[in-house]
Design a protein around this ligand. Structure first.
Ligand code: SF4
Length: 132
């Protein structure tokens, strides 16, 4: 954001979804439209260092579904998201997996682990190795 630029954000801290206008003139920053302090904190964080919880899916071998939904345990810097998603696209885990289980550690070198957001059972043996 340049020195004299206006910008709007949608606060995602609660379902109200206030539209917050940020007006900047030199070093002065003025916020309006937020209904509470959390909105101000959210926007200031977005301006300084935007972060998000990463949610995606990874491959799971021998599971009752081919993909396992996962999320990062903590918020990750937005600028690192693409690299983390790319890294996770190469990860394969083995079924069964329990919801909440760590399936990948230290994603993107952030120190943050990735956990399963649902349980997936293992397919029965006949379906994995037909004819055995
Ligand atoms: S500013 Fe406050 S009321 Fe508005 S969306 Fe954010 S948390 Fe909710």
């Amino acid at each position: 954001m340049s020195e004299n630029e206006n910008r709007t954000f949608i606060c995602i801290q609660c379902p109200v979804g206030c539209t917050v206008l940020v007006e900047r003139a030199g070093d002065a920053v003025r916020l309006s439209g937020n209904q509470c302090k959390r909105g101000e904190e959210y926007v200031m964080q977005e301006l300084a260092n935007p972060t998000r919880v990463l949610t995606t899916t990874i491959w799971i071998r021998h599971g009752t579904h081919p993909l396992l939904p996962v999320r990062s345990r903590e918020e990750i810097r937005k600028e690192l998201m693409k690299a983390c998603v790319r890294e996770l696209s190469r990860v394969h885990v083995e079924a069964p997996v329990k919801c909440g289980e760590v399936v990948h550690k230290n994603v993107g070198g952030t120190g943050i682990d990735v956990v399963a957001t649902r349980s997936i059972e293992r397919r029965n043996h006949e379906k994995i190795h037909p004819g055995d």
